[in-house]
Design a protein around this ligand. Structure first.
Ligand SMILES: [Zn+2]
Length: 239
């Protein structure tokens, strides 16, 4: 049940089947010179939509904007504050709770540490504030952990590399411009730099030249089954 397609009547009726909703979190962020700015939003929304074909679950329209710390200096990246992300997360969950939703999966296609920390903080606040709520916070990298070694050849592949290029090759091939180049950033940690592009010119973390559509299909199917399992787990969860 996609919120972008159903009516208020269908929303209410659907609550007889499930009170679980997936809220996809994306980003508008550079993904090298070969993938679209919307990459994170595209793959995670497609995963959520596919999961909803397999198991009864609502899917909210994605939150397109996220916190992009490492890529904020690259052209096209739009980053928001932690206050903004925590605020919109709380507001959306509270609104859906008012209409009967009880289990929430906050599913993020963007896995940046600062970004995930803000969603986690909002999740903890919501859990403490609303006694009946069940809430899970998970990123695409978390869900990928158990398959990566079998399918993905690149070590530490995390941004616009083999994984994401494979996913977009499978989901939206017309949006992929070539294969990109292998690259890893060379930030002088722990010093915070003013222009990250100097240390990370191509904006790729991993090796997109190893990407294929077939890997994308395997990764996508794995992600969908992990989300379906998570829906079952959260619905059965009781403490
Ligand atoms: Zn990404």
């Amino acid at each position: 049940m996609l919120l972008e397609e159903i009516t208020m009547v269908e929303f209410e009726k659907g609550l007889e089947r499930t009170k679980t909703i997936i809220i996809p979190f994306g980003s508008i962020e550079e993904h090298g010179s070969h993938l679209p700015l919307l990459t994170d939003t595209i793959h995670i929304y497609e995963v959520a939509k596919e999961a909803s074909k397999i198991i009864p679950v609502y899917v909210a329209p994605p939150i397109y904007y996220g916190i992009c710390r490492s890529t904020r200096d690259h052209c096209g990246t739009i980053t928001i504050s932690g206050d903004a992300l925590r605020g919109i997360t709380k507001d959306i969950v509270q609104s859906l709770y008012r209409h009967g939703m009880r289990s929430f999966i906050l599913l993020s296609g963007h896995a940046g540490g600062t970004h995930m920390a803000a969603i986690l903080e909002a999740g903890e606040w919501l859990k403490e504030t609303m006694p009946q709520i069940k809430i899970a916070v998970v990123s695409i990298l978390d869900l990928m952990a158990s398959i990566k070694s079998g399918v993905i050849e690149t070590e530490r592949d995390s941004h616009a590399g083999e994984v994401e290029t494979s996913l977009i090759l499978y989901l939206k091939p017309r949006l992929v411009r070539g294969k990109g180049r292998k690259e890893y950033p060379t930030f002088p940690n722990p010093i915070l730099v003013r222009d990250r592009r100097i240390f990370w010119p191509g904006g790729i973390w991993g090796d997109p030249t190893k990407a294929t559509k077939e890997k994308g299909e395997k990764l996508f199917n794995h992600l969908v089954s992990e989300v379906v399992e998570l829906v079952k787990r959260i619905e059965a969860w009781a403490e």
